[in-house]
Design a binder for this molecule. Structure first.
Ligand SMILES: [Zn+2]
Length: 276
């Protein structure tokens, strides 16, 4: 429908005709001015400063330029991460005790994954690493046992324009072309000791992540999510059938709350025979 605009009549119609055009490309259409339906007399061309339009019917001959500010096709909204504040120190001993007792994560694992303590906020900071071991963000988690009742309990700070996935440090894909995907960072840091792992940090599996995994040479993915997340992930994966081998492992508890032996049995290298 035409939205009248005094300055640029039929602006919306013209923008709609020219939508998505790359620079220098022309399309033709029925003219929104004279509505001569028997021919596509109207052309719209993407030019540097906007959309050049013209009706080639002599009787109509409307022409002009609808200016647009950006040359780019509409960009995705830029994600502006909030800045992480506070100084990180080594976690106090009670933190190591908690992770050992609660999850069976020894202090050496926390140290390897450079888990830190934020004194100003009384939170635990889990660095998010990309596939090369570069820190690209932080999951900042408040624990009630530390006397911190702050909500929300976990905030993810994202620093870089990379897909939302955490690869525990000393991740080794050349060993196998397989990855186990889990939901949270603590689970990934734990599963890492039985298989290559990655955490989606509370996001749904995206095509962006799948493409990244393919770029890294991964062709086998094991999903260790809850049923809801699994269903969503399988929908996204449909397109990659035949490219990526998927196995789904349903677990009674989060991987971080599952013992190493069970993890090894369910998610380890030779799980696929059992799972498929
Ligand atoms: Zn016309």
């Amino acid at each position: 429908m035409a939205t009248p605009s005094n300055r640029y009549p039929h602006k919306d119609d013209i923008l709609k005709i020219g939508q998505g055009l790359r620079l220098g490309v022309t399309v033709t259409s029925v003219c929104p001015f004279c509505l001569a339906h028997h021919e596509k007399s109207f052309s719209v061309t993407r030019v540097k400063n906007g959309y050049l339009y013209r009706c080639w019917r002599v009787k109509c001959d409307r022409k002009g330029v609808i200016p647009v500010i950006s040359l780019e096709s509409p960009k995705e909204k830029e994600f502006v991460p909030s800045q992480y504040r506070g100084e990180l120190t080594n976690p106090p001993p009670k933190v190591f005790d908690y992770f050992r007792e609660e999850f069976g994560l020894g202090s050496e694992i926390l140290k390897t994954q450079q888990v830190g303590y934020n004194k100003d906020r009384n939170t635990i900071a889990f660095p998010i690493f990309d596939s090369t071991g570069r820190c690209v963000g932080i999951v900042d988690r408040a624990y009630s046992w530390m006397g911190n009742e702050r909500e929300p309990k976990a905030i993810t700070y994202w620093k870089e324009k990379v897909p939302m996935i955490h690869f525990p440090r000393f991740w080794n894909v050349s060993k196998s072309n397989r990855i186990v995907l889990v939901e949270d960072i603590v689970s990934a840091n734990k599963v890492k000791h039985v298989a290559n792992s990655g955490a989606l940090l509370g996001t749904n599996l995206s095509e962006e992540v799948i493409k990244l995994l393919l770029d890294l040479g991964i062709h086998r993915i094991t999903l260790a999510f809850d049923p809801d997340a699994t269903e969503k992930a399988l929908k996204v994966m449909k397109k990659y059938q035949g490219v990526v081998k998927i196995t789904v492992v349903s677990m009674a508890k989060d991987p971080k709350n599952t013992g190493y032996q069970t993890l090894k049995y369910l998610l380890g290298e030779d799980n696929e025979q059992r799972a498929s």
